[in-house]
Design a protein around this ligand. Structure first.
Ligand code: GLN
Length: 496
């Protein structure tokens, strides 16, 4: 048996059922690997006491309940964006320093009720704004992968960078992520793991710190597609506390993994062929399509013409919603409060608190959001972006109406880059990371990143599959076929 922390969720579940291992043993192995992985800066709040108690309870439940849920006894990490009762939940922001929620987010509560074990909270970009984990108030998480023969520390991607790093380095069996414009799929691709952003409304947003409410979705980050199916199952479902969570039954996602995609139609959108894209990504994409064809699917060239407007539309809509969502951090109700000088009033309280509490990128987004929503510019920016969003969704609707079952694209335009490499770059350079992923959020569709291979430098690259709304099972089945055909088994060499 491999080290217990290296197990997949499915393997651990089966061993737990057969009583060949206890949750406490797996949990201990994970806690030990977390202790030895400080250099990755993935876990920012550790909760070993909670983990021990939950593992013990899970072991008892597994003894007495033959129908215990699949996640029972599985140690996971939770992104710092999810409010967890009595445990720091800061969205990696100074402004939430000291905030101990009195409630549990629906997603983490569902995982808890399914018997999973919380190891701690995971690093991320501040308020989930970023693609490199460098906007975190805790300092960046580090990718366990390195270029061969080169010790340059690399980004694990963002915003769910801590989740990606932790899963790739076997610090936990799975982790929660959130994805507003690519924050599950891009870090998954950068670290050689699987990440799915489900259909908008599949997972409740209640208790998850809001970034851009019409785009935010939670999802699992795991070592395999099967694990993603198992974990997504536990995270999904209608919730009366979130009016945008859908009253749609959650099918058995794991049962959908038949490995049979004969007769399915896979769309290859020509607009995703970007100028300057590395030849290796181009090749991997073609290889992926050939593999799906070998599995009996039909490959169809499609066009999604409004793709080119997706990034500008996203970077208007997301900041607009963020500026409104973040207005609640005023030093009165939560977290950090600035010290006031004699004569300061409530305006100074807001100004000083927000200036001290928010990092640079968050401030930039609030400024952009406020600008595009201001009376004089609302029509020119925000309304225009909303119209583009509708057209982007229509592109996808038309593709699916023409019989396409899934769309295959690269997950990211490059492999993981060096930490600090983008520091001097124009912020737009960083925003380009999301070029293949934001369309999916704008259209509310499910999208999954699957590790596809290593580039010349030995770094993982991912492919993305985009599916029909509410068809995560079918989408995961396509991903499962791709995963098996690609046979990606590489792991980062341990240096931490
Ligand atoms: N990188 C994107 C951004 O900075 C997406 C982030 C996310 O999906 N949370 O907005």
């Amino acid at each position: 048996m491999s080290a217990l922390n290296s197990l997949t969720i499915a393997e651990a579940r089966d061993l737990l059922r057969k009583r060949e291992v206890t949750s406490l043993e797996i949990t201990e192995a994970c806690l030990k690997s977390i202790e030895g992985a400080g250099a990755l800066n993935a876990f920012v709040h550790k909760t070993p006491e909670i983990a021990h108690a939950q593992a013990q309870a899970a072991d008892e439940r597994l003894q007495s309940d033959p129908d215990a849920p699949a996640m029972c006894g599985i140690p996971v990490g939770i992104k710092d964006l999810f409010c967890t009762e009595g445990v720091p939940s800061q969205a990696a922001s100074r402004i939430l320093e000291g905030f101990l929620p009195e409630y549990e987010s629906t997603v983490s509560r569902q995982l808890k009720e399914a018997g999973s074990v919380m190891l701690g909270k995971l690093n991320m970009d501040e308020f989930a704004m970023g693609s490199s984990n460098e906007t975190s108030c805790y300092g960046n998480a580090v990718n366990p992968w390195r270029r061969s023969g080169d010790a340059t520390p690399l980004t694990p991607g963002g915003s769910s960078g801590g989740s990606a790093s932790a899963v790739a380095a076997d610090l936990c069996l799975g982790a929660t992520g959130t994805d507003t414009g690519g924050s599950i799929r891009q870090p998954a691709a950068f670290t050689g793991i699987v990440g799915i952003k489900p259909t908008y409304g599949r997972c409740s947003r209640w208790g998850t710190v809001a970034f851009a409410s019409s785009l935010d979705q939670a999802g699992p980050m795991t070592k395999t597609v099967r694990d993603a199916a198992i974990m997504l199952q536990a995270m999904s479902g209608p919730d009366h506390k979130d009016s945008t969570s859908a009253e749609i039954p959650v099918p058995d996602f794991e049962a959908a993994l038949t490995g049979d995609i004969r007769g399915k139609k896979i769309g290859i959108p020509k607009e995703y062929r970007m100028e300057g894209m590395p030849a290796e990504i181009e090749k991997l994409w073609a290889d992926g399509a050939a593999m799906l064809k070998d599995a009996g699917a039909e490959i169809v060239d499609i066009s999604l013409p409004y793709t080119k407007y997706a990034l500008p539309a996203y970077y208007v809509i997301a900041p607009a919603e963020a500026s409104s969502n973040l207005a609640r951090y005023d030093g009165v109700r939560y977290g950090h409060r600035a010290k006031l000088a004699q004569g300061d009033g409530v305006t100074e309280l807001y100004e000083k608190t927000r200036a001290e509490g928010f990092g640079k990128e968050v401030q930039r987004r609030v400024m952009i959001g406020t600008y595009v929503l201001s009376a004089g510019f609302y029509d020119a920016y925000y309304n225009r972006a909303r119209k583009i969003r509708t057209l982007i969704k229509r592109d996808f609707d038309q593709a699916f109406a023409s019989g396409i079952d899934a769309i295959l694209t690269p997950a990211t335009p490059s492999a993981a880059f060096g930490l600090g490499e983008m520091a001097e770059a124009d912020p737009v350079q960083m925003y380009l990371n999301d070029v293949f992923t934001v369309t999916v959020n704008l259209a509310g569709l499910p999208g999954v990143a699957v590790p596809a291979g290593l580039d010349r430098q030995g770094l993982p690259l991912g492919l993305q599959l985009i599916g029909r709304p509410w068809e995560e099972g079918d989408l995961l089945n396509h991903a499962y076929v791709l995963e098996r055909a690609l046979g990606f088994v590489s792991k980062p060499e341990k240096w931490w």
